[in-house]
Design a protein around this ligand. Structure first.
Ligand SMILES: Nc1c(N[C@@H]2O[C@H](COP(=O)(O)O)[C@@H](O)[C@H]2O)[nH]c(=O)[nH]c1=O
Length: 148
């Protein structure tokens, strides 16, 4: 059982990882992700250069075990769409993730809640808004419409 203090520490680790994404990730936003199983972080990721792994994709690429008891903590809503890279929301569904905790929504009009919907429609438990203020203070300048 994961308590709130643990949940916050996992999201704060994802936020710390997201700092490592800069500047190589630009113009994409810097996102961080951790995978947690049985109260322990089992994989980590952050946004790579454009066309390369998003944060979730990097964390998934570094973890080859079943995901049916794994929770992903990600600082930004997973992308619902195929852009330069595959859709992270669909990949999380296909790989059978148990639960996804998201700090803040992605205002990119291609996403904007659709990533959350993809997860929920697949029956995945989604928690939105953990550490939102702290994450938003870092990531907001890199999100549309601020990301010119
Ligand atoms: N960097 C990032 C996301 N960024 C989202 O993906 C968009 C770019 O998509 P693409 O062209 O495929 O790289 C970007 O505008 C933003 O909406 N999403 C995520 O789930 N995880 C990530 O690590």
């Amino acid at each position: 059982m994961t308590n709130l203090a643990q949940e916050i520490s996992f999201m704060q680790r994802a936020l710390t990882l997201s700092h490592q994404a800069l500047p190589a990730c630009r113009p994409n936003p810097p996102v961080g992700c951790v995978l947690v199983k049985d109260g322990l972080i089992v994989s980590e990721g952050f946004t790579q250069a454009p066309g390369c792994h998003h944060a979730e994709a990097m964390a998934l690429a570094n973890y080859d075990q079943p995901l049916d008891d794994v929770t992903a903590y990600v600082t930004l809503e997973p992308c619902s769409f195929v852009g330069r890279t595959p859709s992270c929301a669909h990949t999380l569904v296909e790989k059978g993730i148990k639960r996804v905790v998201v700090a803040t929504l992605d205002p990119d009009p291609r996403n904007s809640g659709k990533g959350i919907d993809v997860l929920k429609q697949a029956g995945i438990e989604v928690t939105l808004g953990l550490c939102e203020d702290e994450v938003a203070a870092f990531i907001s300048p890199y999100l549309l419409p601020n990301n010119k």
